[in-house]
Structure formats: structure tokens, C-alpha cells
Write a protein that binds this ligand. Structure first.
Ligand code: OAD
Length: 257
């Protein structure tokens, strides 16, 4: 039987009492689904690739084919991945509490596939393509075998609909995220190194507005000293345990009873 820290029961109490919950997730919540994180010691093929060198407008301009192929590889990886009990627990929580906004830095859409509805994708997603000229989401013509394919409307190159380093985030996504962080009474920060801004400002915004901030992460981060609760461990273990304590109808593997 896994031993859980006493703070878990306190966090479960906050979960039961909260009127508005905001959640920020990072790559750590998808790690147990087999999707590599950005900054953990890279194993496998990512040890060769440096995301910081490929996920930039400059890299795409210099070698669109290489960048497109790297994302095709990531899309294949994510297509194989399944939501894990951490994703499922958050999706189930959404149905148990008055209001929950799930803000994610991840582009894998595993929260959607787990059933979460109110999701803000701060960094875009791997499922959609965008015209590199018109900047709108478009679908490639299935018969276009070029790498990358071209926009069916204006012939410009298509690119993944993700935010690259140095690019601005969607103002609408930022507004929804900071509103949720500023109005919540409970903020859960899960599986993120809290190193990338403006996402890393969100838990501090919640804290400054008087919310209870709970960090659930495998390792300490710059947020850890400031969080109301700092639960060190795997999201796929801790989230179902907290949910089961708060709402016993949710079984421990994150799926409904
Ligand atoms: P990181 O790789 O920076 O951090 C992942 C965090 O998850 C680390 O702190 C790990 O300790 C933790 N972690 C790993 N496995 C975990 C598990 N099973 N349960 C809980 N925590 C676990 O990824 P992010 O913080 O998401 O931006 O990175 C933020 C952004 O940096 C990404 O969205 C990406 C990157 O630049 C863009 O692509 C624009």
C-alpha cells in the first residue's frame, strides 16, 4: 500500500471546498504516458535532438523539412500515447467541482483525450497545422505529399500549430489563463519545471490573490518554496489519490466508479 503524505488529506479538503479551481500542467503529467519531457535527463531519440534548436521560427525558416519531420516524429509518438491516471483524474475532477479551468503547456491533447472539456492550450497543439503566411489553422490537402505540405489557399508552407521559442502566445489564451489564476481559490500546478514564462507567472498570480497553491511535481522547482503545499511525486499516483480522498466516488485509477 502506497504511503501518502498527511498533506494529501488537507489538499483533498481544499479540493472539496473550492468554488473555482485553476490547474496548470506541464510535460510531467504526460511523462507516464511515454511522452518525453523537455528538461528531464533525455533518454532515447530526444538525447540527440535539442527541442530548443528545432522549435524556433529560425530553425523552420532555415530547414522547414527537418523541423516538419521532427514534429511528424513527435506526432507519431503522441498518437501512440494514452491518457494516464493523472489526466483521467483531472477530467473526472472537472465533473465534481463547481468550476475548473485546465491550462496546459502541453501540445499532446492528452487532456482532451482523457475527457477534459475546459482546456486552455497555452502552447498550441500537435494535432493542427497552421499556414505560415496567413497564420490561421488549415488542413493540408491529403494529396499534398510535399514536406512540409503547402497551404491549400495561398501555397505558403504549413507549420505545426504550436508556439515556438521566441513567439508570442495567443492573447485570448493568456487572458483566459490569467483570469482563471486571478479568480481561483485553489490552484494546482502539476508536472512543470516552472521555468518558462508567462506560464510560470500563473501560480504566483493565484498566490498573490490569496489562493491556495498546490504543486505536484517529481522534483523541486522555483515554485516549490512559495507553494502552499508541495507534493513531491508522480502525478499519475498523487492526483488519483487526492481525487479519491476528496470525492470517494472516483476510483484510485482516475476513472469513474
Ligand atoms: P519540463 O521538462 O521543463 O519539466 C517537466 C517537469 O515535470 C519536471 O519538473 C519534472 O520533475 C516533472 N515530472 C517528470 N515526470 C513527472 C511525473 N510523472 N509526475 C509529476 N511531475 C513529473 O516541461 P515543462 O515544464 O512542461 O514550451 O516545460 C515548459 C515548456 O518548456 C514547454 O511547454 C515547452 C518548453 O520550452 C514550448 O514548447 C513553447
Amino acid at each position: 500500500m502506497t504511503e501518502f503524505p498527511p498533506a494529501l488529506a488537507e489538499v483533498a479538503h481544499h479540493l472539496r471546498e473550492a468554488q473555482e479551481i485553476a490547474v496548470l500542467t506541464g510535460a510531467g503529467i504526460s511523462a507516464e504516458s511515454g511522452v518525453p519531457t523537455f528538461r528531464d535527463a533525455q533518454t532515447g531519440i530526444w538525447a540527440k535532438y535539442d527541442p530548443m534548436q528545432l522549435a524556433t521560427p529560425e530553425a523552420f525558416a532555415a530547414d522547414p523539412k527537418r523541423v516538419w519531420e521532427w514534429y511528424a516524429w513527435r506526432r507519431g509518438l503522441v498518437a501512440e500515447a494514452k491518457p494516464n491516471p493523472g489526466h483521467l483524474a483531472l477530467a473526472n475532477l472537472e465533473g465534481e467541482v463547481p468550476a475548473l479551468t485546465l491550462i496546459t503547456q502541453n501540445v499532446d491533447r492528452l487532456h482532451h483525450r482523457a475527457g477534459s472539456k475546459n482546456v486552455v492550450e497555452l502552447h498550441g497543439n500537435l494535432e493542427e497545422d497552421r499556414c505560415s503566411h496567413e497564420n490561421c489553422v488549415v488542413r493540408a490537402d491529403p494529396s499534398d505529399n510535399r514536406t512540409p505540405p503547402h497551404c491549400p489557399r495561398c501555397e505558403a508552407l504549413l507549420r505545426p500549430n504550436v508556439v515556438w521559442f521566441g513567439e508570442a502566445l495567443s492573447p485570448a489564451a493568456l487572458e483566459r489563463s490569467f483570469n482563471a489564476a486571478g479568480n481561483c481559490d485553489l490552484f494546482l500546478c502539476i508536472g512543470t519545471s516552472s521555468l518558462v514564462y508567462p506560464a510560470a507567472d500563473l501560480p504566483m498570480e493565484a498566490l498573490n490573490r490569496g489562493a491556495t497553491v498546490v504543486e505536484i511535481n517529481a522534483d523541486p522547482t522555483p515554485l516549490s518554496p512559495h507553494a502552499t503545499y508541495c507534493l513531491q511525486g508522480k502525478a499519475g499516483t498523487l492526483l488519483p489519490a487526492i481525487s479519491a480522498l476528496a470525492f470517494p466516488a472516483i476510483t484510485t485509477n482516475g476513472s469513474p466508479a
